[in-house]
Design a protein around this ligand. Structure first.
Ligand code: SF4
Length: 370
């Protein structure tokens, strides 16, 4: 516990220097009273805490920018534990950026199946082709940022972790830590707040160890500075955390703009012929998951008769909550000139080699086929 550490006197804090690298985009007039470089002198504590006990994740055992990039893309919107098996399979199959660039998109999507947010995989593949074509991996922030699928966060993560460049990352975990340490109740969905918090994170960043510092801050958010019950008693930043001092940590960060949840109900059909299962392929021009294989819905097979009710599966994408009833159905041949979706019969062992939607995967697990 750090309760005996001296508290930071915010009134004596010097103003940010606009000539320093910490000064970003002229935000000094609106910066919160930041704790200064190294989080009020507690950067070493944070790094020591990280060195002692961080989770041993496979992407933390490499400095290869390609591997770090793959992990950062997979980790967007997805928990670390869920990413590990996908990361390992993906890199076994595509161990280098050249191997990924040479792959067919369908093979890339097949290995991504179940991770969701498939535009990430498509962009990664497109970017790999650009990198392979250029002959070397980009080594600076702007060149990384220019690749498809790489935004501010990912460019800063790769630049700092792979190349030790001093760019602070700002993900959901870091936003939460900044809001709490600074006791700042501004709405984090506002661009202006994010810009300000980014400047604070940049000011905190230890330029001697930017990669490790960024990872330590994210690890703190993921394992101690938890959304509902922050573990302040064992936190290396407790002595400089204003929200902890005021007893308001669990109320931060403030997120005002909330999209209303939408409930969507539907049905998925399990149609079998011998040991094969019927799937339909989404159109190549579909807005969501083009080219993916899915279980047919009743409207795809109007002549099919439904039978056994297997149960329900649930799936959430952003604010859409799906409840899908899974039912057996008989196969009724489609007219020859069927203008509808493309269908295919698959043996279960082939399903690992095709891009399969997460809802189909869940339904096939429910039925015991996967
Ligand atoms: S003291 Fe508590 S609220 Fe503050 S950064 Fe640490 S875990 Fe988060």
């Amino acid at each position: 516990m750090n309760a005996d550490e001296p508290q930071m006197n915010v009134d004596k804090k010097p103003k940010p220097d606009p000539r320093s690298s910490a000064f970003i985009g002229g935000h000094d007039h609106s910066l919160p009273a930041s704790q200064g470089p190294g989080v009020g002198g507690h950067g070493e504590k944070l790094l020591a805490w990280y060195r002692q006990g961080h989770r041993d994740l496979p992407w933390r055992r490499t400095a290869d920018p390609y591997r770090i990039w793959v992990s950062e893309i997979m980790l967007q919107q997805t928990r670390a534990q869920a990413v590990i098996p996908y990361y390992q399979r993906f890199l076994e199959r595509f161990p280098t950026v050249d191997a990924l660039a040479a792959a067919a998109e369908e093979d890339v999507l097949a290995l991504w199946s179940g991770l969701g947010y498939y535009s990430r995989a498509r962009n990664l593949h497109r970017a790999a082709r650009l990198v392979a074509g250029a002959g070397s991996f980009p080594r600076d922030y702007d060149a990384l940022r220019a690749l498809p699928g790489i935004g501010d966060y990912t460019a800063a993560a790769i630049a700092s972790i792979a190349f030790q460049l001093p760019y602070a990352v700002l993900d959901g975990n870091v936003l939460r830590v900044v809001a709490r340490v600074e006791n700042d109740a501004s709405d984090i969905t506002a661009t202006r707040t994010r810009g300000r918090f980014r400047a604070v994170a940049q000011e905190w960043l230890d330029p001697r160890h930017p990669g490790m510092f960024n990872q330590a801050l994210m690890e703190l958010g993921a394992t101690l500075c938890l959304p509902r019950n922050p573990l302040c008693l064992v936190c290396p930043l407790a002595a400089v955390c204003r929200a902890r001092e005021e007893g308001v940590a669990a109320q931060l960060p403030v997120k005002l703009r909330k999209t209303a949840a939408e409930q969507i109900d539907g049905t998925l059909l399990i149609v079998r012929r011998g040991c094969r299962i019927l799937l339909r392929q989404r159109d190549a021009a579909a807005r969501r998951m083009p080219g993916f294989w899915d279980l047919p819905a009743p409207e795809d097979l109007p002549a099919a008769r439904t039978g056994r009710h297997f149960g329900e599966i649930r799936h959430t994408i952003t604010h859409y909550h799906y409840t899908l009833t899974v039912m057996a159905a008989s196969w009724a041949p489609l007219p020859k000139a069927n203008p509808g979706p493309r269908f295919g019969w698959f043996r279960p062992m082939r399903l690992a080699g095709i891009p399969l939607s997460t809802t189909a995967r869940k339904a096939l697990k429910l039925v015991g086929i996967l």
